[in-house]
Ligand binder design. Structure first.
Ligand code: CMC
Length: 429
């Protein structure tokens, strides 16, 4: 073995001997120990709650360096994409691996426009669901039914079908979300307008033409587009990992994405943007001081929502971009937004407190999005639906990448059993 090769293995010394394990080096120098032979050779498994130390696959989609606050989709820094690419360009990049040329973009955009409508029956089905139900529950249910409406695109083994389903999902999710919102306010649905681009169409289906009168003007649509870009992928987060796990059983892409929606809905994940806004409202309405609120957090009565991240231990680059956007939209001298002002104070107070800095807790992507969405007119319970529309390209890209992974196997973790040893039913001892 050469010196070079030696560096590419680690040795595990255990009671039964020594096991050499290969070490792979990723594009950015990240090193990963491959454990494929561990169980067979040693009879032992690994225990890694929350998978903090476990890479469950190799991926070419997104790179994160959590200590340096780096996030790149397909190699492109998030800061560049936020200002230099549209959501559709980013969606294409994330899913297909390269930025689209003009013809590819036109073709992609045309297909999405052509497929934006949902079947009439499906509209009736959405209308029949509880109108005050949470949009994430309704969206996940609606997306699940897409497999039934489009059973010509449910075979993961057929690339054309997966491609067709990809287009249908991207095209229809904004239509589904907008319809759910309009039902919740007792308004008639607005059909997609094929003359509009993706983001403009979603906003029109949601608010009709009323947003055109918004004081925010053009910034409104640009801001939504940028927020979607910032959410487009985040490697193996909870919902994306869920999409992969469900997809690993060869479940169709609709079922897998519906599972991703359900995973995203939790307040520790995408549901945090709604929880942040509710927390700010609670602080404002109760009159509690920021200092007292943080004391309650430190006493573990609650978490500071929108703070902390499993991977980012310095800052979340998305949060930086979103804070700038929030300042542009909400920090106007003539009319400063009170919840944004409160969020700024809360952030400053937390970052001055060793409890948070010692634990490396900084604002994450969800801390400032809610105050922006609220100003745009989205109700609190729609915030996570916006996150979902943004994250959809990532879910789809991971589902598709997994299908072509030579190491692809059904996801089936092991457990560390600590339950009862064998015992007999009374009377059968
Ligand atoms: N407020 C107060 N304390 C916190 C927080 C918080 N938001 N987050 C973590 N901690 C503390 C936690 O109590 C623990 O302290 P100790 O070591 O003394 O027991 C320490 O920090 C480590 O926490 P952890 O729970 O082991 O960290 P994790 O990596 O498992 O959790 C997290 C990550 C995002 C779930 C968590 O930080 C959290 O609950 N944050 C609030 C919810 C939130 O904003 N979620 C959005 C995440 S980013 C976007 C997304 O994924 O969708």
């Amino acid at each position: 073995m050469s010196e070079d090769d030696k560096e590419r293995t680690v040795e595990l010394h255990y009671e039964g001997g020594v096991l050499k394990l290969p070490v792979f080096t990723g594009t950015e120098g990240e090193r990963t120990i491959e454990l494929k032979t561990l169980l067979g050779s040693t009879g032992m498994t690994t225990l890694d709650p929350g998978f903090s130390n476990t890479a469950s696959c190799s991926s070419k989609i997104t790179y994160i360096d959590g200590d340096a606050g780096i996030l790149r989709y397909r190699g492109y820094p998030i800061e560049d994409l936020a200002v230099g690419a549209t959501f559709l360009e980013v969606a294409y990049l994330v899913i297909y691996g390269e930025l689209p040329g003009p013809d590819q973009l036109k073709d992609f955009s045309d297909k999405l426009r052509e497929n934006a409508d949902i079947p009439a029956d499906m509209g009736t089905l959405i209308d029949a669901m509880p109108r005050n139900g949470h949009p994430m529950a309704l969206m996940a249910s609606a997306v699940n039914t897409l497999a039934a409406y489009y059973d010509d695109s449910v075979d993961p083994g057929d690339e054309d079908q997966v491609e067709l389903a990809t287009i249908r999902l991207l095209a229809k999710l904004p239509t589904i979300a907008a319809r759910i919102y309009r039902n919740s306010i007792g308004e008639k649905p607005i059909s997609p307008d094929s003359s509009l681009d993706y983001v403009d169409n979603f906003i029109r289906m949601t608010f009709g033409d009323t947003h055109a009168d918004s004081e925010l003007g053009d910034l409104f649509n640009q801001a939504v587009g940028m927020l979607l870009v910032l959410h487009a992928d985040h490697e193996l987060n909870c919902s994306t990992a869920t999409v992969r796990v469900v997809g690993s059983s060869k479940a169709d892409i609709y079922a897998s994405v519906a599972s991703g929606l359900n995973a995203l809905s939790g307040p520790s994940h995408g549901g945090a943007n709604q929880a942040v806004l509710e927390m700010l409202e609670q602080i404002r309405d109760s009159g509690i001081s920021i200092e007292d609120f943080l004391e309650r957090v430190k006493a573990r009565e609650m978490r500071l929502m929108g703070f902390g991240h499993r991977v980012y231990k310095n800052f979340d680059p998305r949060s930086k971009e979103i804070k700038v956007l929030a300042s542009q939209i909400l920090d106007r001298d003539d009319n400063p937004d009170e919840l944004f002002a409160l969020a700024l104070k809360l952030e400053a107070a937390a970052l001055a407190d060793p409890y948070f800095t010692e634990r490396k807790l900084y604002p994450n992507v969800d801390f400032y999005t809610g105050v922006i969405y609220r100003t745009m007119g989205f109700p609190n319970n729609m915030f996570t639906a916006l996150f979902a529309i943004g994250r959809l390209p990532g879910w789809v890209a991971h589902y598709r990448e997994q299908l072509h992974d030579p190491a692809f196997r059904i996801a089936r973790p092991r457990q560390h059993y600590v339950g009862a040893s064998e015992r007999r039913l009374p009377g059968l001892e």
